[in-house]
Design a protein around this ligand. Sequence first.
Ligand SMILES: [Zn+2]
Length: 111
Amino acid sequence: MNETEKEKVKEKIHVKMEELKARLEELYIATKPMGLDSAVGRLSRMDYINNKAIDEANIRSSEEKLKALERWLSLYDTDKFGMCTRCGKDININRLLFMPESTRCIQCADK
Ligand SMILES: [Zn+2]
């Protein structure tokens, strides 16, 4: 990866982090416990519980992505930036631009 490419990836990481933070904020609000005084019927309560489980799964995956992005930023000035955590080879630039939260190359991704 050359300097221009690194800059591009870094920019992408920042954009993605902002997106994830905004999304997490919404999810944190959505999963806040319902107050006892909220007048909801039984059905909407079931909806709420179902949605809550989905939201909580989304929170976990978003938090993980955010952590991966923070990790990349902390490595920015080292030669490990953009390197696969498994095999140590360069992660394809297009993969990083498309999914900057990837910490593994395509070959290692599903191992
Ligand atoms: Zn790899």
